[in-house]
Every structure is written in structure tokens, then in C-alpha cells.
Design a protein around this ligand. Structure first.
Ligand code: SF4
Ligand code: SF4
Ligand code: SF4
Length: 167
């Protein structure tokens, strides 16, 4: 099956960021991206400066900072790219790799301190510093923990939605 224009553009944007995951401002979908003109208004409006236009579409870089779900990108957009209802979570949450300093017996709780929803807690461990545990339901995917992690141990992961039983 041939790639749609937006899928192709998303693929290229992901490659441009050097990763295999592309994140769009909250509420944007591959389908709604077809309406994007690449005007840069959303990137200009973002107080966190995490939006850039790559290959004509807006993509996020959580290494630069977090999304506060302020909605300013949606408010500024002159096209029908964003949903009309406010969005307060992404279709991903985060995952913490074994590179984590605390896992490797070096004291660190920077991610917990950055998390506005208390989605990262620390459980005690005998003989070493507490280690982080993610509450995936509480995680909004905002990315605040990603840029503060000194070990670059935190990355995004697609959210797993519960299966809906057939009627
Ligand atoms: S909701 Fe706010 S912080 Fe998040 S990408 Fe849009 S403008 Fe930036
Ligand atoms: S900020 Fe990074 S290194 Fe520190 S505890 Fe959290 S995941 Fe581990
Ligand atoms: S991405 Fe999730 S765990 Fe990280 S700061 Fe945001 S809500 Fe907390």
C-alpha cells in the first residue's frame, strides 16, 4: 500500500529528529496533519519552545522541555489541525531504562521532582538508593522528566489501550 502524504511527511520528520518516534503537539493526528500548511504559528506560540517545523509539519522534541498542555499551539493554528476540545495527555507515556542512575546505585530522583502528576514514585531497595517506578495511568506523556534525566534513561512509549469487548 502506498504511503499517504502525511504518513510520509511524519516518517521524514521522525528521521530528521534522529529517532524512530515522531510526536506531534497534543491532539494532532496523522489524519489531521493533512490540513497543516506548515505556517509555523504553533511553534511560535509554544512557551516551552518544543515545537519545530520539520518537512512542513510540527513535531515535538522533549529533550528541549515539557508540554504543559497550555493549548496555545491549538489556539494560534489557523487551520483545522487541532481538535476543538482541550487535550491533557498524549497517546504515549514514558518508560525508564536500566541506564537510570538510581538503578545503578547512584542517588537520583530528578524525574520524580519534575513530574506534575506524581506518576514517578520511588520504592525502597535494601543496600542502595530508592529506584523509580512509573504509574502509567497517571503519566500524561508531558515529557517533563525526559529533559531533566541526567542519564537520558527516559523515553516515550506508545500507550496501550484496553481492548474493547465486542457487543
Ligand atoms: S500545548 Fe502548550 S506547551 Fe504543549 S506543545 Fe502546545 S503550546 Fe507547547
Ligand atoms: S532522573 Fe533519570 S537517572 Fe534520575 S532517577 Fe529518574 S530515570 Fe533515574
Ligand atoms: S512524562 Fe509522565 S512521568 Fe514524565 S513528568 Fe510527564 S507525567 Fe510525569
Amino acid at each position: 500500500m502506498p504511503q499517504t502524504t502525511s504518513t510520509r511527511r511524519g516518517f521524514l520528520a521522525g528521521r530528521a529528529l534522529g529517532g524512530d518516534k515522531t510526536h506531534y503537539p497534543p491532539g494532532i493526528t496523522e489524519e489531521s496533519l493533512k490540513n497543516c500548511s506548515g505556517c509555523v504559528e504553533c511553534a511560535t506560540a509554544c512557551p516551552s519552545k518544543i515545537i519545530s517545523i520539520r518537512h512542513g509539519i510540527p513535531v515535538l522534541d522533549f529533550q528541549r522541555g515539557e508540554c504543559t498542555f497550555c493549548g496555545k499551539c491549538a489556539d494560534r493554528c489557523p487551520e483545522r489541525v487541532f481538535p476543538t476540545d482541550p487535550v491533557s495527555r498524549f497517546p504515549h507515556n514514558v518508560t525508564i531504562a536500566d541506564d537510570c542512575l538510581a538503578v545503578n546505585f547512584i542517588d537520583c530522583q530528578a524525574c520524580r521532582d519534575a513530574c506534575a502528576t506524581a506518576a514517578i514514585r520511588f520504592r525502597p531497595r535494601i543496600g542502595g538508593p530508592f529506584v523509580p517506578v512509573l504509574d502509567a495511568d497517571a503519566c500524561t506523556g508531558c515529557g517533563a522528566c525526559i529533559s531533566v534525566c541526567p542519564a537520558e534513561a527516559i523515553s516515550t512509549k506508545s500507550r496501550v489501550f484496553p481492548e474493547v469487548a465486542d457487543a
